[in-house]
Design a binder for this molecule. Structure first.
Ligand code: F6R
Length: 612
C-alpha cells in the first residue's frame, strides 16, 4: 500500500526521498509527492499522478529542490481517485502543518464536519487532509507543541495510520505517529530517516528503530526521541538490520519475481536450519515447549491470499501426522465470525509482511479470547511479530515482487516443521519416522534447485497460455492446495481468469465450463489420490480441455492424457507441494512477461495490505 519516506540531515533531501520511494514502488501506488523544507523558507510541495518517474523528471531527480528536511509519499488510492490533488503530502492552508499518511481514517467524515464548523475547508477527497487539519487545529487551539497536537489528534482518530508531519515552526524536524500501519526509523551520523519499510533506507543506514502502536517520534538530524500517547519520553532499542542492500536489489535478474523464485533453495534451507540442529527440531527461539504442544487440542490457521493457501496445505500435513483438529480460516472471515474458540487452541497466523490488516485483526481477536497465538512471519519487528505470543520467523529475506514466491515456500516448510514437532511432542510419531521425514524436508532445497534448472521447458509451454482467457487448476488433497496457489499466481500477474477446484468437485458444476481448448492444469503428486485425479483429467480431456500436468518423476503414464507434463523429483507426498508449486510460479512468470506486463507490480495490487 502507500509508501512513506522522510529525511532530515545535512544533505539535499529530495534525491533521498525519491530514491527511498523508488525502493517502495513494489508496495503499489498510483501517485507520488514530496514536500521539502529549506530552513525558514516556504516549503516546496510537488506531487503528481502516475509513476515516480514523472516526479523525478519534474524535479530533475530531486536536484532542483533545495532543502535538507522533507517527507515523500507514494499513494495507493483509498479515499478519492488517483490525482495530483489527492496525492500526498497534504498541508493546512497556511502551510503550518504538512503531512503524509498511510492507512485509513475511519471517522474522517465526522472529523471533517467538526473541522468545517471551525472554518476549515478541504481541497481533496482524502482522509489524510482531515488528519493534517485536525493536527493544525489542536496545535493552534492549545500550546503550539507538535507532540501535544499529534497526541490529541491520535486520541480522536479511529482507524490505522503511519503519519509523518512537518511543522512550520520546527524546521529540520519530522514528527511521526503510528497505529497499525508499518513505519520504521533509521539513524545515521547526523541524519535521520523514516520509511514504511527497511529497503527504502538500507542504502543509508542499518540502525533501525521500530516505532510501536500509538507512539510518536521526533526526528532531528541524527537523533530520535520517542513519546507515548501521554507525551512522556520513552526508550526504545535499536535493531541492526542483518541483510544487505543487495538482497533488495535485482542482482542481475530481469525481475524481482524471477530472482526471488531462484532464491528459494537458499531461503528454504535457511528457514529449516534456523530451527533444526543435529537432526532435531528445536523451538527454543519460538518459545514453544513440548508441554505446550501436548496441551493443545485444536489448531486454527488464519491468513490471507497465498499465506492462506499455505495454511490449507499445512492443514493436510498436521492431520496426516497428528490427531489434532485443524481448521484453516481466511483472516477477513475469521475476524468477524461469531465463533466460540476452544480455549486449548493455538491460533497460527501466517503473514509475510506481518502487517496484513485482516490477519493482524484476527490475531488480536484470538488474543482477546485468551487463545495462545503463533505468528509465522517474515518481516522482523512487524506488528504481527510483535503482538503474537510466539513467532516463527521465516528467513526469506526481503520479498519485493508483489506476488509472493520465496516467502510462500518458507512458510510451507515452517508449517511442515511445526507439524513434525507437534507429532513428536505428542508422541504420535516413531523416532524412525521423525528422522526419515526430517531428511525429506532437508532434501527440499536441492530438489527445488533441480526444478529450476529445467525451467526452459516451462517457458516454451507458457507461450500456449498467452492468448487464453480462462484456466482451471485441479488436484486433490495437498495438490488442491497447490492448485489454489498456482491459480492465484497466474491470475494476479497475467490477468488470465483462473479458478482452482478440488478435482472431485468438477462434476458438481465447474465441468460445464470446459469446452474445446480450455486450459486445465492438474497437480498430481499425492500417490494415494493419483488414479482419482487422472480420471478427472480424462473427463475434462474428453470435453476438449488442453491439459498440463505437474507430477512426480515416474508418473510417465500421465503423458497419455496431458499435452504437457512437468516432472518434479520424488519426495514424501506430504511435502510435494514445495516442489510442485515451483513450475506453477515459473509458468505464471513467463506468461506475464510474455504478455508484456509489469510482473513485479501487477495492477491494483499492493505488497502489504495494511487496510481492510
Ligand atoms: C499473492 C500474495 C498475497 C499475500 C497476501 C497476504 O501472491 O502475495 O495473496 O499472500 O496478501 O500477505 P501477507 O503474507 O503479507 O500477510
Amino acid at each position: 500500500m502507500c509508501g512513506i519516506v522522510g529525511f532530515t540531515g545535512n544533505k539535499q533531501a529530495a534525491p533521498v526521498l525519491l530514491d527511498g520511494l523508488s525502493k517502495l514502488e513494489y508496495r503499489g501506488y498510483d501517485s507520488a509527492g514530496i514536500a521539502v523544507r529549506n530552513g525558514d523558507k516556504e516549503p516546496e510541495i510537488i506531487k503528481e499522478k502516475g509513476k515516480l518517474k514523472v516526479l523525478a523528471e519534474m524535479t530533475d531527480y530531486g536536484r532542483a529542490v533545495e532543502g535538507c528536511c522533507g517527507i515523500g509519499h507514494t499513494r495507493w488510492a483509498t479515499h478519492g481517485e488517483p490525482s495530483a490533488v489527492n496525492a500526498h503530502p497534504h498541508a493546512s492552508d497556511d502551510l503550518n502543518v504538512i503531512a503524509v499518511h498511510n492507512g485509513i481514517i475511519e471517522n474522517y467524515q465526522e472529523l471533517r464536519e467538526k473541522l468545517m464548523k471551525h472554518g476549515y475547508t478541504f481541497k481533496s477527497q482524502t482522509d489524510t487532509e482531515v488528519a493534517v487539519k485536525l493536527i493544525d487545529y489542536y496545535y493552534k487551539k492549545y500550546a503550539p507543541l507538535p507532540i501535544e497536537a499529534i497526541a490529541r489528534s491520535m486520541v480522536r482518530i479511529r482507524g490505522s495510520y503511519a503519519l509523518c508531519v512537518m511543522f512550520k515552526d520546527y524546521p529540520g524536524e519530522i514528527y511521526c505517529a503510528r497505529k497499525d500501519s508499518p513505519m520504521i526509523i533509521g539513524i545515521a551520523d547526523g541524519e535521520s530517516y523514516v520509511a514504511s519499510d527497511v529497503p527504502a533506507i538500507l542504502k543509508y543506514t542499518r540502525s533501525v528503530y521500530y516505532i510501536g502502536n500509538m507512539e510518536i517520534a521526533k526526528l532531528e538530524k541524527g537523533a530520535v526521541t520517542f513519546y507515548n500517547i501521554d507525551s512522556e519520553v520513552i526508550e526504545k532499542p535499536v535493531t541492526e538490520i542483518k541483510w544487505d542492500a543487495e538482497s533488495a536489489e535485482k542482482g542481475g535478474y530481469e525481475h524481482f519475481m524471477l530472482k526471488e523464485i531462484h532464491e528459494q533453495p537458499k531461503v528454504i534451507r535457511d528457514t529449516i536450519n534456523s530451527v533444526v540442529t543435529e537432526g532435531v527440531v528445536h523451538f527454543d527461539s519460538i518459545n514453544l515447549t513440548d508441554g505446550e504442544m501436548q496441551a493443545i487440542e485444536q489448531v486454527y490457521i488464519v491468513a490471507c491470499g497465498s499465506a492462506y493457501h499455505v495454511g490449507v496445505a499445512v492443514q493436510y500435513v498436521i492431520e496426516e501426522l497428528t490427531s489434532l483438529q485443524v481448521r484453516v480460516e481466511l483472516a477477513s472471515e475469521f475476524r468477524y465470525r461469531k465463533m466460540t474458540l476452544n480455549k486449548k487452541s493455538l491460533v497460527i497466523v501466517i503473514s509475510q509482511s506481518g502487517e496484513t490488516a485482516d490477519t493482524l485483526a484476527a490475531l488480536r481477536e484470538a488474543k482477546e479470547q485468551g487463545i495462545k497465538t503463533l505468528g509465522i512471519v517474515n518481516v522482523v519487528g512487524s506488528s504481527i511479530a510483535r503482538e503474537a505470543d510466539n513467532v516463527f520467523y521465516t528467513l526469506a529475506g526481503p520479498e519485493i515482487s508483489v506476488a509472493t514466491t520465496k516467502a510462500y515456500s518458507c512458510q510451507l516448510v515452517a508449517g511442515y516443521l511445526l507439524a513434525l514437532q507437534f507429532a513428536k511432542a505428542r508422541n504420535e510419531i516413531t523416532d524412525e519416522k521423525y528422522e526419515a521425514l526430517l531428511q525429506e524436508i532437508y532434501s527440499i532445497p536441492e530438489k527445488v534447485e533441480r526444478i529450476l534448472e529445467d525451467k526452459e521447458r516451462l517457458q516454451w509451454f507458457s507461450a500456449k497460455l498467452i492468448n487464453v482467457s480462462d484456466s482451471f487448476f485441479i488436484g486433490r488433497g495437498i495438490d488442491y492446495a497447490i492448485g489454489m496457489e498456482g491459480s492465484l499466481k497466474l491470475k494476479e500477474i497475467s490477468y488470465i481468469h483462473s479458478e482452482a477446484y478440488a478435482a472431485g468437485e468438477l462434476k458438481h458444476g465447474p465441468i460445464s465450463l470446459i469446452e474445446n481448448g480450455t486450459i486445465v492444469i492438474a497437480v498430481v503428486t499425492q500417490t494415494a489420490l493419483t488414479e482419482k485425479t487422472v480420471s478427472n483429467m480424462v473427463e475434462v480431456k474428453s470435453r476438449g480441455a488442453k491439459l498440463m500436468a505437474v507430477t512426480t518423476a515416474g508418473n510417465y503414464f500421465l503423458e497419455d492424457t496431458a499435452e504437457f507434463t512437468c516432472y518434479v523429483p520424488k519426495i514424501e507426498p506430504m511435502f510435494a507441494g514445495s516442489l510442485s508449486v515451483i513450475p506453477l510460479q515459473l509458468l505464471s512468470y513467463y506468461v506475464s512477461i510474455g504478455k508484456g506486463f509489469d510482473v513485479d507490480k501487477p495492477r491494483n495490487l499492493a505488497k502489504s495490505v495494511t487496510v481492510e
